[in-house]
Design a protein around this ligand. Structure first.
Ligand code: B1M
Length: 213
């Protein structure tokens, strides 16, 4: 790994927002691609944070600082991640389900879908089924994406799909689900239309749903 990518990973681990701004600028000036910055700098740092968090060596306030640093850099590389999209492939509604506060992966899915040409509406995190219902009525997306990072909250995806059925909206949208504990088998079990393991695959899946893959 280059020094600059190592520096980015360290800045995520240390939650150093000033340093990550500086290093992201440097990385872009040096011609590193947004994908390299993301995969080999930011994600590498966040993987380490996950290990330390699980081991009890890092605590919620520190992990929040890491998340803030990662999001700061992601916003800076956003124009490069989204620039290729031929606009208006369709509309994608995105949210993290009820009870779940993790939004970095979902934000990345949003950027990748924008990059693929979709208009994206992000309704945030800890979204109740009713929140999805209201947003579908208002935004009228062709695709709805749900994210969950906890084994305890992934069930809320199924509850949301049930609520959409009851509201008569299920057949109006394609539903994709993702997040670390989610699998294809789980997606099938809850009646989602598709599962993607990462943000780039989520954008590909959205294109498949839109018939432009
Ligand atoms: Co939390 N957390 N966290 N956390 N956190 C995890 C998820 C955990 C695995 C850590 C661990 O123990 N190793 C663990 C979950 C265990 C489990 O259930 N299996 C955990 C826990 C336990 C908790 C708390 C319960 C801790 C506590 O309070 N005791 C608590 C729960 C709060 C809540 O949600 N109610 C909690 C809190 C937090 C913070 C708030 C401090 C912070 C979130 C900040 C934020 O998101 N703004 C946080 C963080 C940062 C993490 C880790 C370290 C990193 C998550 C992340 O952003 N990864 C995480 C450990 C880890 O994953 N290594 C952990 C980077 C991101 C790009 O990846 O989100 O996986 P990810 O997204 C991927 C794919 O999953 C996929 O695409 C992305 C990559 O391209 N994807 C989709 C995601 N959504 C998709 C949707 C799609 C398709 C693909 O279609 C729509």
């Amino acid at each position: 790994m280059s020094d600059i990518l190592e520096g980015l990973a360290t800045a995520v681990i240390e939650g150093d927002v000033d340093e990550i701004e500086f290093l992201t600028e440097d990385a872009l000036d040096e011609g590193l691609s947004a994908q390299e910055i993301l995969d080999n700098g930011l994600m590498a740092g966040m993987d380490h944070v996950g290990v330390e968090f699980k081991a009890g060596n890092m605590f919620v306030p520190e992990v929040l600082r890491s998340a803030k640093a990662m999001q700061t850099s992601m916003e800076m590389i956003r124009p490069l991640l989204v620039e290729d999209g031929a606009k208006m492939a369709g509309k994608v509604l995105l949210g993290t389900v009820k009870g779940d506060l993790h939004d970095i992966g979902k934000n990345l899915v949003g950027m990748m879908c924008e990059g693929a040409g979709f208009e994206v509406k992000d309704i945030g995190k800890d979204v109740e089924p009713e929140g999805f219902i209201d947003a579908i009525k208002d935004f009228e997306p062709e695709i709805v994406g749900m994210s969950a990072l906890l084994t305890t909250t992934m069930r809320a995806m199924g509850h949301t799909i049930k609520a959409l059925e009851e509201a008569g909206l299920r057949d109006k949208v394609k539903i994709m689900v993702g997040g670390a504990p989610v699998t294809q088998a789980f997606a099938d079990e809850i009646g989602a239309d598709g599962y993607a393991s990462n943000a780039a695959s989520a954008a590909d899946l959205a294109k498949e749903f839109a018939g432009i893959a």
